[in-house]
Design a protein around this ligand. Structure first.
Ligand SMILES: *[C@@H]1O[C@H](CO)[C@@H](O)[C@H](O)[C@H]1NC(C)=O
Length: 239
């Protein structure tokens, strides 16, 4: 015997709600990017299209701050992004270039514990081939630039409340050569330059704290950074 007819609309509503809840976090792993204002919305749309074109079924999440308009949020949702509003995390460095205002917000990806693994991509990157292999990275994978520094534009992160809290507790103490998250992360993962190169087909036990994505590997899997990204590197590396 089914439920009485009067209950059916309620049941339908519950099923719909369950489906919607499922849609909010359909997968255990996600691609994530960050948008601070409307200027980069096109970058996020291009990135989203490039991710979708690889045929992935994983969630695409864009963390948006208050500076992002309702119109942009709707556009991104229509593109297939899960839009999550966040508040900016204060930058503890008193003297800092204005472009780094709020960049500590990026640390919030370490707190996305509803996902087991996230691949973070800056809004000025594009994916040109499937990069699903990088989800197999352990706790933390990043790019090494100029053989000494970790670049925070592309990272594979295993979200962890413990790690996030530990980071937040050190934000005031650890130096940041950029005045932003990248400098902080380089202090936090001080030994990053000595990390082993991540190889998806030969996982290590125990899992190392950090591994690096080699430039070669990057080119192989098809991650490219756009022109403005290169300019960005040149600016920060001169800091
Ligand atoms: C970290 O995540 C938890 C659980 O989702 C949340 O309650 C908390 O507000 C987050 N912290 C920050 C600083 O965003």
């Amino acid at each position: 015997m089914g439920p009485p007819p009067s209950r059916l609309p309620l049941l339908a509503a519950l099923v719909a709600a369950a489906l919607l809840a499922g849609a909010a976090a359909a997968t255990e792993e996600a691609y994530v990017t960050l948008l601070y204002g409307d200027e980069f919305v096109l970058g996020v749309r291009v990135l989203g299209k490039s991710i979708r074109d690889t045929g992935t079924r994983r969630d695409m999440v864009v963390l948006v701050s208050d500076g992002v308009s309702e119109y942009s949020r709707q556009l991104l949702e229509a593109d297939g992004w899960i839009v999550k509003r966040i508040t900016l995390l204060a930058n503890p460095n008193q003297v800092r270039p204005t472009r780094f205002w709020g960049v500590y917000t990026k640390l919030k990806i370490f707190n996305m514990t509803s996902y087991k693994k996230v691949v973070y991509l800056d809004a000025d990157t594009v994916v040109v081939r499937s990069i699903e292999d990088v989800f197999k990275c352990g706790k933390f994978c990043g790019n090494l630039k100029h053989s000494e520094r970790m670049n925070s534009g592309v990272m594979v992160v295993e979200p962890s409340e413990t790690v996030f809290k530990d980071m937040i507790s050190q934000v005031d103490r650890l130096p940041s050569y950029t005045g932003g998250d990248q400098g902080f992360l380089n202090s936090y993962y001080a030994d990053f330059a000595n990390s082993r190169v991540y190889e998806p087909d030969s996982p290590l036990t125990p899992e190392p704290e950090t591994q690096r994505l080699s430039t070669l590997y990057n080119a192989d899997v098809g991650l490219y950074m756009l022109a403005n990204k290169v300019i960005f590197f040149m600016c920060t590396d001169n800091d």
